[in-house]
Ligand binder design. Sequence first.
Ligand code: 13P
Length: 256
Amino acid sequence: MTIRKKLIVGNWKMNKTSADAVTLVQELVAEVCKQTDVEVVVAPPFTAIEAVGKVLDGSSLKLGAQNVHPEASGAYTGEISVGMLRAIFTNYVILGHSERRTYFKETDAFINQKVLASLKGQLKPILCVGETLAEREGNQTLKVVQTQLEAGLEGVSKDLATSVVIAYEPVWAIGTGKVATTEQAQEVHAFIRSLLVKLFGDAVAQKVRILYGGSMKPANAPELLTQKDIDGGLIGGASLESRSFVDLIKAAAAAK
Ligand code: 13P
């Protein structure tokens, strides 16, 4: 029996107006606000985050952001700080997503600054790592994941490490309908756990949740979520509609 509570995170990416986001989260709250077996987080776009937070208030669901800037304030046009997110009771932030690495050229060093700033401000980072198809085919998967993980977590103390969530998202599985096999996913998750043991010791590593992301759907979730080192999901497409997201939460609750 694992000590880690399953975590399901909906990454809405650049989808939903504020009004549409409120409708969706009202449906979610109505269906799952009482369940406490699974921790549930929704990460709307910034324009909807405050309105969604108000709907979540008083429920067991938590609020996540999709990005943050490492500086506390200042001349950073278009950016949002940790303090701004905490002021509206944001609990989590997704960092190092492959879309930000690819389209916005975010480096491991910059992602690491965001991780450290988030932890300092009591915002829990969900650090995403994962290989491209070319890297997998070139047998580079574990090396890529190790580099991203170690660089992203540089300077994180043992005490704060349990507030970090890792998300393994093979880039080739994101939004493609191609899901990693349970063996492929579990192999990388176990490898990540072994790296966490080296970095922080076994007791801490056993507490850190490692999520799988990449075309996770109600149909494939039960098998993935019963793997020893898969502690939940970071969900894109299937989090945009209440039926499929609720089914994913139920799958996580059933996967003991
Ligand atoms: P999909 O579930 O749409 O493949 O997206 C996964 C993802 O990138 C979540 O962050």
